[in-house]
Design a protein around this ligand. Structure first.
Ligand code: HEM
Length: 543
């Protein structure tokens, strides 16, 4: 009996060792795909790809190896970095269910955000999305526009009091982050997080803002999470997590705990208001027009098979707040930084706004979204500087990846498709696709809003980039594309419309350094890891 047990344990250990180290022993169809050599025997290119200063690695690799290249993952595994449009179309549309979110990321997201859209797969995800979609329609965005203006004017007043009559240098990222949280609060949840006055802060806002840097601070450990996820059951993981002796893990757990507590209390408040009837809901902050009220009402009326359980509704709250906050505020910060560096563009945008509303009244939705120059600046910034550089996927089975243009294999053969083995990590090169010179022209790495005012290159039209927005991969495409991209555009345009008429934006004294992360963020200089961006603001006319 004992020898049988020993034999079984030895076999299990052998299998685990084989699974762990097979990458070093086996050959793969991806060995014929060119790519950078590994910089660590154990970690492959992990630390080249996933670090705050990885811009050079990503840019050199795309320039040297083209639209599909191999990279090394941990323990001898191979991955593919892809920005070929036809391949991307297969990844996010045609074979979406084969190129799924990584299992470990889903498990991580369930722990961090609960069972929201970022944590579910397949039919489960489709069902959630079906219920949420109507709340993100253009008609609904129009109805939310007054809420966006009202909230942004509160920010304008708060900033004006800091700027005074002359000028002041301030952490604009901090203000835009608070505004983004308040807008998803009011427009998304019918809840006010932040009075938007100076010298106050909000624990939920702080938690959300710290989440991405906190995750990146444990990135080395996070690259091991796929193995932790595979070999340690979730019950044991949950038991061990609080015992981890590292301050960084403790902070991450605090952040996740704060997000969950707030989401639960917001949910129960909304539920009570909805149960009391429409009047109670109308008296809430979002006047019943917010995304969660619509979702909760739709859920009450849905057939049993389409209904979402409470935990999934709570998960949507954390997911929405996380997905909406840093992405949009960091994108807006990048726009203001570029406007501070290009006063001519800033002046032109201001002139367009004054022409659209000489009296300074809020510009109605239809007019605002159609203003061509502001639109060009937003598109161009989201093209050149997408807040998310890449997204990972993982093949659930062997699959053939077709290419728009053949590539030369390591053996000299031309390849028009690549056989990709099951369990391969795919990195969707969002920034790489947006800067592809073969599609956008030789000036693809330059910021030129004017490019959107004349016709775009034919090569771009013919390539059929599968992004949901303007030939860009910024918001991805397919069944997992960004559901909030219209919300985000409206937010950017309302903020630009209000702020550019009140302030002139100038470069500050403090250096602005952009860090590469799950969502890129600026810091003062390269060494700091505290998200912030200082610009100088000067008042214009009467406030
Ligand atoms: C500039 C701003 C934004 C950018 C660049 C952005 C980008 C993205 C990207 C790349 C994804 C795909 C993630 C994945 O495949 O795992 C995504 C998903 C998502 N985004 Fe956004 N986003 C932005 C703003 C927003 C806003 C304002 C909201 C909410 C109001 C939002 C809500 C979501 C949600 C819920 C998902 C998950 C969708 C799904 O899995 O079905 N995003 N976003």
């Amino acid at each position: 009996m004992l020898s049988l047990t020993v034999l079984a344990c030895a076999a299990a250990a052998g299998l685990a060792l084989w699974k762990l180290f097979q990458g070093y022993i086996t050959v793969s169809s991806l060995d014929n795909i060119p790519g950078p050599s590994r910089t660590s025997f154990w970690r492959g290119n992990q630390s080249d790809i996933y670090n705050r200063h990885a811009w050079g690695f990503h840019d050199r690799a795309r320039e040297s190896f083209g639209s599909v290249f191999k990279f090394w993952g941990p323990l001898g595994t191979r991955g593919l970095y892809v920005y070929d449009p036809k391949a991307l179309n297969n990844v996010i549309n045609k074979d979406q269910l084969i190129y799924e979110e990584s299992r470990w990321l889903i498990s991580w997201n369930i722990n961090a955000f609960g069972l929201g859209l970022l944590s579910t797969l397949g039919e489960h995800h489709r069902k959630q999305r079906k219920l949420l979609n109507p709340a993100f329609s253009i008609n609904h965005m129009k109805r939310m526009t007054p809420i966006f203006y009202r909230t942004t004017h509160r920010l304008r007043i708060a900033i004006a009091s800091q700027v005074g009559k002359t000028s002041a240098e301030m952490d604009l990222l901090g203000w835009l982050g608070r505004l983004a949280l308040e807008l998803i609060g009011q427009g998304g949840l019918g809840y006010s997080f932040d009075p938007l006055v100076a010298n106050t802060s909000n624990p939920y806002g702080e938690a959300i803002k710290d989440y991405v840097p906190a995750v990146f601070s444990v990135q080395l450990w996070r690259t091991l999470y796929p193995y932790v996820h595979e070999y340690i059951p979730s019950s044991v993981r949950n038991l061990l997590a609080p015992l981890l002796p590292f301050q960084r893990f403790r902070r991450l757990r605090e952040i996740i705990g704060a997000m969950d507590r707030h989401s639960r209390s917001i949910f129960h408040e909304k539920k009570a208001a909805l149960e009391k009837g429409d009047n109670a809901a109308l008296q809430q902050v979002g006047e019943g027009r917010d995304i969660m009220s619509i979702l909760m009402k739709a859920n009450m009326e849905a057939s049993d098979e389409d209904k979402l359980p409470e935990d999934e509704l709570i998960g949507q709250i954390t997911t929405l707040v996380f997905a909406a906050t840093d992405t949009t505020s960091n994108a807006l910060s990048r726009i203001f930084q570029l406007l501070a560096e290009h006063q001519d563009v800033q002046d032109k945008m201001r002139a367009e706004l004054v022409e659209a509303s000489p009296s300074g009244e809020d510009i109605p939705y239809d007019t605002l979204v159609a203003l061509p120059y502001i639109d060009a600046v937003c598109r161009e910034t989201l093209r050149l500087h997408p807040p998310v550089n890449y997204m990972a996927r993982e093949t659930r089975e062997d699959v053939i990846m077709p290419l728009s243009e053949p590539i030369q294999g390591v053996n000299g053969e031309m390849l028009s498709e690549i056989p990709v083995p099951k369990d391969t990590t795919i990195l969707i090169g969002i920034r790489a696709c947006n800067r592809n010179k073969a599609l956008w022209g030789d000036d693809a790495d330059e910021w030129k809003p004017e490019r959107w005012l004349s016709s775009l290159p034919d090569a771009l039209g013919n390539a059929h980039v599968p992004g949901v927005y303007s030939h860009l991969m910024t918001f991805l495409g397919g069944g997992r594309s960004c559901i909030g991209f219209k919300f985000s555009q409206l937010e950017m345009k309302v903020v630009l419309a209000v702020m550019l008429r009140s302030f002139k934006f100038l470069p500050g004294e403090k250096e602005v350094y952009w860090n590469m992360a799950g969502i890129n963020y600026p810091t003062v200089g390269r060494e700091s890891n505290k998200p912030s961006m200082y610009l100088r603001l000067e008042p214009i006319g009467s406030q």
